[in-house]
Design a binder for this molecule. Sequence first.
Ligand code: AKB
Length: 313
Amino acid sequence: MKRILVTGAFGLVGSDLVLELQKKYGQDNIIALGRSTIDDSFQGILEQGDVRDKAAMELLVRKYDISEIYHLAGLLSVGGEKQPDLAWDVNVNGLKNILDIAKENKIKVFWPSSIAAFGPTTPKENVPQHTSLEPSTIYGVSKVTGELLCQYYFKRYGVDVRSLRYPGLNGYKAAPGDGTTEYAIHIFYGLLQNNAYECFLKEDARLPMMYMDDAIKGTIALMEAPSEKISVRTSYNFSAISFTPAELVAEIKKIAPDFQVTYKPDSRQQIAESWPQTIDDSKAREDWGWQEEFDINKMTQALYEGIKAKLAK
Ligand code: AKB
């Protein structure tokens, strides 16, 4: 049986992924690692630690005889710009620790890259798998570095590491992180708490997005695909929907016609402008059968219901 360590287990992706992995492989086989954010209601095996502490990570891997790691711990685009040194340390040195431990203990690894690996010289539309990667944020720089590190560890040491370039991921189990695409989650809190929201991006800032259930499904499918199907060892383009704040507001107004939204773009708009609008993820579809289920309408309904229920608790 697999024994899986999830780092960043209480972050936006981890909060959903851990539950799904527990369902699939049993609660006793999933080890959730958090650093500071720990969910008090969590049921399962919980450990606290920092991915920058290689010795502590090695001890955990031995203690639980880990066979797979989903390494999610990391800073996002906005958080990274606030603390660039910390972003490099956690995102790059943390990943290198995990890859070294994977090499020594023959562990399979998932690590998320992001659309932040792209930059102003990347085409804006239908970005191909292989393209210019000149990001303007430290987060993006750490993602490009991480992608190359993953490919190097695969080619040089045979580490079975797999990765996806996540678009903006929208879920409700965890609080939204310190990112640029996260306006698409904050907006639902604005709706449900004040019936109003001030958006930090322009109304026409189109970005690649995905509902969390699709992201979790794709992540697990990638990890379960036979090794010979994986032709990309940097990180796969991974895409579902693409929308602007104005388009999301129009969807929300189908549920709440009186919702008031104003726009006050700040430095996060520049980050959004440096990223592409749509992604060509045909390689993921061809290689291991990626297919999304949620369009903007289904996603809006799911987020509305999920955040409403959460706030009612
Ligand atoms: C962010 O906006 O920083 C993240 C991402 C696209 O990786 N959501």
